[in-house]
Design a protein around this ligand. Structure first.
Ligand SMILES: N[C@@H](CCC(=O)N[C@@H](CS)C(=O)NCC(=O)O)C(=O)O
Length: 216
C-alpha cells in the first residue's frame, strides 16, 4: 500500500518529506491536517500534535528525520545514482546527521517561525505582522548561517558531491527564509550556502513541493 502522510499544506517539515518522496519516486496519499487547530483524533497519529506523521501499512511513524530515513531505506527509488539519500562515507553521513540536527535545533524557529511566518506567511493569510519577531529572527539567523557556512562542503550539495537528506532538511527552511527580502539579502553574505542554494532550488523535487508556488 502507498504510505499515508498526514500533513499541513504550508508545513516546512512536511515539505521535507514530500521532497524526499519526490526524489525517491514514492507516491503518498496525503491527509490534510492543520496542527494549529488541534484536529480531533489526530493525537492518535502524533501525540505531540505536530505534522508530519506517516502510516505505512501497519507501521506508524512520526518525526521528520525518522520518516525520511525510513522512506530512503525502504523504497528503492527510481532515478537516484547512487540509489540512496544517505552517504556511505561515514564522515559525510555524520555531517548529514549534524546538519539535520542543527536545522531542527537552531534554524527552524528564527528563520521559519520568526522571519518567514511574520514577513511572508502572516500577510498572505491576512494576519498581523510582528516586526519585533522578524528583527529577532534576523539577528538570530546570522550566527546560525555562519555556522552552516562553516559546515557546507563547497561542493554541489551540502555535505559533498552527492545529494542527501540534509539538502532537503535545510533547503526547505532556506526556501522559506529567502521568501522574505531580508532573508534573501542575508543569504548573499554566505558564498558557499548561496552557491549551494542556487543549485538546489532548481531541482524538480524542490519546485514541485513548494507550498508557495501558487500565488496567494
Ligand atoms: N520535531 C518535529 C517537528 C515538526 C513540526 O514542528 N511541525 C510543525 C509544522 S512545520 C507543527 O506541526 N507545528 C504545530 C505547532 O507548533 O503547534 C519533526 O521533526 O517532525
Amino acid at each position: 500500500m502507498k504510505p499515508i502522510l498526514y500533513g499541513y499544506e504550508y508545513s516546512v517539515y512536511c515539505r521535507i518529506v514530500l521532497a524526499v518522496c519526490h526524489e525517491k519516486g514514492v507516491p503518498v496519499d496525503w491527509v490534510e491536517v492543520n496542527p494549529f487547530t488541534e484536529p480531533v483524533g489526530y493525537r492518535e497519529h502524533h501525540p505531540f500534535n505536530r505534522v508530519p506523521a506517516l502510516q505505512h501499512d501497519d507501521f506508524a511513524l512520526y518525526e521528520t528525520t525518522a520518516i525520511c530515513r525510513y522512506i530512503d531505506d525502504v523504497f528503492p527509488g527510481r532515478s537516484l545514482q547512487p540509489n540512496t539519500l544517505q552517504p556511505t562515507d561515514l564522515r559525510q553521513r555524520a555531517r548529514m546527521a549534524q546538519i539535520i540536527a542543527v536545522v531542527d535545533a537552531y534554524v527552524y524557529w528564527p528563520l521559519v517561525r520568526q522571519v518567514f511566518s511574520h514577513r511572508v506567511f502572516g500577510p498572505r493569510m491576512g494576519e498581523p505582522v510582528d516586526e519585533a519577531e522578524i528583527q529577532a529572527g534576523l539577528a538570530a539567523a546570522k550566527p546560525i548561517l555562519a555556522a552552516l557556512e562553516g559546515l557546507a562542503s563547497g561542493e554541489a550539495y551540502i555535505v559533498g558531491s552527492q545529494i542527501t537528506l540534509a539538502d532537503f532538511h535545510l533547503g526547505a527552511m532556506i526556501d522559506y527564509f529567502v521568501a522574505a527580502g531580508e532573508g534573501a539579502r542575508m543569504l548573499q553574505d554566505y558564498p558557499k550556502l548561496s552557491e549551494w542554494w542556487s543549485g538546489l532550488k532548481g531541482r524538480d523535487s524542490m519546485i514541485d513541493t513548494n507550498p508557495l508556488k501558487n500565488p496567494g
